[in-house]
Design a protein around this ligand. Structure first.
Ligand code: G4P
Length: 531
């Protein structure tokens, strides 16, 4: 196969959901169809997914590298599929957001009894910012579900994206009969496939065969289905692939990942609609993913917690061309040519050394401390420098103090290094020195990580004093406003990052609107960029 053919068959996506909506289960079922695993349940043990904070360090040490960093690759129907895991639960952190920067599309899993939940909303925002296609799988139809129209309405209102149901559930819970496939005009009846085998057969019945449909779902459900079909055909948005590709319309599917119903149907539709690796912006030009020249960017850096093999792994998304382990590449920001060391693919908790990889793939490489998040590597001689990755809004803040003031140097070095890896963000009160720093994190577990790593790697003990702030905004037009004289609310604090960018933090969300009202012309952003 040529490089171009290899890249064209790649599909790289992330699955986003609120914890417990069924992301892991759905991923397992995808792998089952791809033949990557024989038994469901092996993607990641529930025990690791649900561990308590106190266990975390031990687990991290044992497994050497975070299981949550994995990218799952499998083949299905001629496609080479990369699923990027977005860590949830206690592992939720800025990395979860950064992972989305490496995906070309996202699958949003929603629990049919719950609808849109907070973490879905947060992850969706990042996908929305990038304008990548989003496909919705409404899961757990084998349990009592909320009204279908209500669910669609909620997605539209809460997330600001139009929906187009590609299929439609017939009943739910004990009365779940199956789905109606709109394009094919078929009914697919539900068979409980006993937790996860792919043996359960899907029975398709032509909807035009009224007698057969009635026999399969009963008179009452048939009558309801007739009404529903009329309603969605008349009132709903029509399918428009361009709108889907622009992230403005989400195709919606229904099913039950646990009992393996509707999963393959979803996968097939999804693969037809989702994109090949997308071009990426470098300066004023777009880099063609199908070009022969290799290019990639670092979207995540994972420090190893295990002292026994102390290393960092830089995760790169290949944007174009073919990666060959024995060829030199240019690290653009480091202004040097080098060979990428120990290129590997992380499948669940296994590492596999790679010789080649293609546009769309994710590789992890050994990083002796050279890379920063957002860095570009490419074929030497090529003038490529991808746009940086934005900084995402931390939601937890704490003042950090070192216990032993004599260790100032190690403290500053450690905090600085950990911030460079992107695990934490550091701020100080506007106009104050480095004496007291404020640390911001997306996931509260990162505080523990900071404490543990400073103690273990830099021999510095710290005390964290939690602060009540939860909302942060970057000042987009910082050169146009007089930050020192902004009139805020009583729960607002002015801070700055290490580059001197001013930011505002608040305890209450409504204060953000109030601050905007009091300071006409002020432009705030939820994402930090180099403005
Ligand atoms: P997550 O990765 O999004 O956090 O969710 P995960 O797949 O771990 O699923 C969370 C729980 O929901 C699991 O149950 C899982 O079995 C269940 N689940 C997932 N999909 C479906 C579905 O389609 N129908 C039903 N009824 N349940 C579903 P658990 O009891 O917490 O774990 P387990 O003991 O079953 O593994």
């Amino acid at each position: 196969m040529t490089t171009k053919e290899e890249i064209e068959r790649r599909r790289t996506f992330a699955i986003i959901s609120h914890p417990d909506a069924g992301k892991t289960t759905l991923t397992e079922k995808f792998l089952l169809y791809g033949g990557a695993i024989n038994l469901a349940g092996s993607v990641k043990g529930k025990a690791t997914a649900r561990h308590a904070v106190s266990d975390w360090m031990e687990i991290e040490k044992e497994r050497g590298i975070s299981v949550t960093s994995s990218v799952l690759q499998f083949e299905y129907d001629g496609f080479c599929i990369n699923i990027l895991d977005t860590p949830g639960h206690q592992d939720f952190s800025e990395d979860t957001y950064r992972t989305l920067m490496a995906a070309d599309s996202a699958v949003m899993v929603i629990d049919a009894s719950k609808g849109v939940e907070p973490q879905t909303r947060k992850l969706f925002k990042v996908c929305g910012m990038r304008g990548i296609p989003i496909f919705t799988f409404i899961n757990k139809l084998d349990r009592d579900a909320r009204d279908t129209l209500d669910l669609l309405d909620e997605i539209e209102k809460e997330l600001g994206i139009e929906t187009v149901p590609m299929n439609w559930p017939i009943g739910s819970g004990k009365n779940f009969k199956g789905i109606y496939e709109r394009e094919e005009r078929d009914i697919v009846t539900y068979t409980d496939t006993e937790k996860g085998t792919k043996e359960g057969e899907e029975h398709r019945i032509d909807y035009a065969d009224t007698a057969a449909v009635k026999a399969a779902i009963g008179e009452d459900f048939y009558a309801k289905m007739e009404e529903d079909i009329e309603l969605i055909d008349m009132a709903g948005a029509s399918f428009d692939l361009d709108m889907v590709r622009a992230g403005k319309l989400t195709p919606v599917f229904f099913g039950s990942a646990l009992t393996n119903f509707g999963v393959e149907i979803f996968l097939k539709h999804f693969l037809k609609m989702t994109t090949t690796p997308l071009p990426r912006k470098s300066g004023d030009s777009m880099i063609d993913p199908l070009s022969d020249d290799f290019s990639a960017f670092v979207f995540k850096i994972q420090a190893n917690m295990n002292k026994a093999h102390r290393d960092r792994i830089a995760f790169m998304r290949i944007c174009s061309g073919k990666f060959e382990a024995d060829k030199e590449v240019k690290h653009v920001q480091g202004k040097r040519t080098m060979r990428l060391l120990q290129p590997q693919q992380l499948m669940a908790d296994e590492r596999k050394i790679l010789d080649t990889a293609y546009g769309g793939d994710i590789i992890g490489v050994f990083d002796p401390g050279l890379f920063s998040i957002g860095d570009t590597v490419c074929t030497p001689g090529k003038d490529i420098c991808f746009e940086g990755i934005p900084t995402f809004a931390p939601e937890h803040f704490a003042r950090v103090r070192q216990v032993d003031t004599m260790k100032r140097k190690q403290f500053v070095k450690g905090v600085d290094q950990i911030a460079k890896e992107g695990a934490i963000q550091i701020f100080r009160e506007l106009g104050s020195g480095m004496e007291e720093i404020i640390v911001g994190v997306v996931g509260v577990l990162q505080f523990e990580v900071l404490k543990y790593r400073l103690q273990n790697e830099y021999n510095v003990e710290i005390r964290l004093e939690p602060l009540p702030y939860e909302f942060i905004r970057w000042i987009e037009n910082k050169n146009e406003v007089d930050v020192a004289h902004l009139t805020g609310t009583s729960d607002m604090k002015k801070i700055e990052d290490l580059k001197g960018n001013p930011l505002l933090i608040w305890v209450n969300e409504w204060s953000i609107g109030m601050t905007l009202e009091r300071n006409p012309g002020l432009k705030l952003s939820e994402f930090g960029k180099d403005w």
